[in-house]
Every structure is written in C-alpha cells, then in structure tokens.
Design a protein around this ligand. Sequence first.
Ligand SMILES: [Zn+2]
Length: 247
Amino acid sequence: MTQAPTAALTHRQPQEDNTPIQTMPLNANGHSLPGASEVTVIQLEGHEPLVSGPSRCAICGIYPKLRVTDDSVEVQDPCPYPNGITTDITLIVPSGKLLVTDDLRPVYDWQDDAAADYNTALGQAQVVEAMAAIGCAYGPVRNSCPGLYRTGPDSYIIASPRCDEDDNPSLPEDTCLASICTDLWAYSIADFEHWKAQGGNPDELGWSDSVIDVAPGTYRFTHHTGEHGFDHYADETVIFAHIKRLT
Ligand SMILES: [Zn+2]
C-alpha cells in the first residue's frame, strides 16, 4: 500500500538534482529594474530558458524581453529614458500668492487621461504636465510630508530634510514656508486667485493648506522623482523639485 508515494519520491529526486539553475548578471540596457542586478536562470533540455523576474521598468513601464547568453542575461530593447525623466513645467502666479498643499482636486484634476500607467515615471510625468496645463504645479512625492523651502530671493525647493545626531535639521527651519501633509502622495501648488476663480473655496481650507507670498511672475518647477535612481528615502536631504522664478 505504501509503494506509490515511495515511487513518486524516488522519481522526483533525480530531477531536482539535475535541474541546471544558474545565477547570472543582468544587463538592464538602460531600464530601471530595481533589485534585479542578478537573475536566476533555469535551463531545461528541450525548453527555452526560464528567467526569474525582473518585473517591468519603473521608468518606461515595459516588461523587458530577455536574451540569455553564455554568461549573462540581457534586455533586448534599450530604455527610451536611460537617465529617467526630469519634468519641467511652468506656473503663472500673477497674484503673488501660492496655495500650497497636497491635494487640489476637484478644482484641478487630470481625469486619469495619462497614456502611461501612473505607477511608472512616464505616467507620472504625463500627469505633471497635464496638471500644469490646467494651472496646478503637481508632483508625486510618496508619503514623504515634505516642505516648501526658500533657497534664494526667487528660488525654492520642495524637500524633506534629515536630522543629524544632535537633531539639527539639514535645512534651516526658518526657510520652511509651508509643510505639506501628504495624505495624497503629492504636492499641489496653484496661484491662489486662479484657484478661487476655478471654484476653490477659501473657507474650506484646513490646517495643512498654506497660502504664502511670493513675487508675482512665472515660475519653473523642475521635478526630479522620475530620474533614474531617485531615492525618496535617502539619508541626505531629498529634493523633489526645484522652483525658480523666470520673469
Ligand atoms: Zn525603461
């Protein structure tokens, strides 16, 4: 009565011993494939090689086609964004008042019309541009609760400082003009009067919404989180965006 399981066991054991499993370096060909510098390759006789992972590119969103060589695994097609994506937009601020918060929907809403998946740098860059086109400087920052800091007469950053061993922050606290509570993992910034003209109600603003004074003009926002290797949780000050008055 016990012969069947014994036979199954003796049949399975030699297969496992003979399965050629190798760990090989991965040539990502410019794609951002986090945690996939090496991959596991299983080569069974008469079958195409099986490669564990990697998942899709965090920048362009493609699932890589892989080619197994003698000593490595290569992604066949290069990433169209080998340096990642830096997104520049402009925001016109005629009132000299900026509304700074995380979420300005539904006054400004991109209607989910991005062509690429929002969970890729490409999809997020498209949303940044779509929001800018309707008057909102928007940028994804994950759950980082950053602040808007003045760095010069007409320049600012959106950043998360770090503290040293003595609890001294890496950015002077008196340069922080607004803290952004990221219930929505983003910042959203608009000209205060434009926001009101689009239906925004100042009576509905809360403790996490700030209105700050800046010089009237046109501001360029350079957003960095789509850049290759950007680390939201780095040990040093994390700068999500640079802001500069152009005119
Ligand atoms: Zn890519």
